[in-house]
Design a protein around this ligand. Sequence first.
Ligand code: AMP
Length: 190
Amino acid sequence: MNIVIFGAPGCGKGTQSERLIDRYGFYHISTGELLRDHIARKTPLGITADRYISQGHLIPDDLMLSIIDELLDSDGVKGKNVIFDGFPRTVKQAEELEKLLDKRGAAVDTVIGLEVPDEELIARLINRGKESGRADDNIDTIKERLSVYHTQTQPLRKYYENRGNYKSINGSRAVDEIFAEIAGHIDSLG
Ligand code: AMP
């Protein structure tokens, strides 16, 4: 089973992904974490990614897609159930992910959309910034990231609704309550 956990920055994707991994043993592909790791190691990818991330912009689709293509073939991931966290983020990425999975005999089985109002997201991200040390958790970049989310990422909701595999979840509740609903949904898929 392949799951996409979807939503705006600060909606709780990372937290819910960790819970899902604990319960179901998914392989976690978090593109944000992967890119931050490259930035910390100052790899060529990290140096390129940093320019986009620090501005709150998305890194180019082709670059992101080639990273995912390679990752899906790596030994640790092949044949595993994957949770995609922070990917896809554009309709192009979603279309290409479909092709990448299809050629491996797989598909996106469900998209879990965590919905949280912008004001709450901003408050959460400002709070997170006090501890995360993330260069992009500051008010100006947060606003840019939310604007990028609304213009480039949110259209994916329609994309997956049209495919009949979008599950809307109210993300403005206690972590346990949200997780219980997500787990119930996954269990119902068998
Ligand atoms: P995240 O940790 O998911 O909030 O991602 C942090 C930043 O990494 C984003 O604001 C983007 O700059 C970049 N990023 C992460 N995932 C993607 C993606 N799928 N496509 C393009 N850029 C991404």
